[in-house]
Ligand binder design. Sequence first.
Ligand SMILES: [Zn+2]
Length: 103
Amino acid sequence: MSDYNWCHGPNCHTNKTQDRIRGVKGSKVLRTRKIAQNQWNKDSVWSVFCSQGCYTDFFYKYWREVIAIAPRLEALETPIEDPVRKQNDYGWFHTEINAIDNN
Ligand SMILES: [Zn+2]
């Protein structure tokens, strides 16, 4: 296993930042960012994406394929107790909703 991954953002190499510039004079490029693997990004999406923007770009480009991995064909439901409408000390109302712990 390598100690780095390339960023998977489909547009990473088009972002005009100084750290992406590579190559010799007269033959410069903007290159996809390399992501060092460490204890903070280990086993997370940040081991393959350099930024929130690249993460979002990937999902916008491949969302159909991603959804196909785990399609939601039925709604999920969380059993709750009957909701209780409450007023706090400042007069604001809120509805207290408690999930039923069915473990
Ligand atoms: Zn990136």
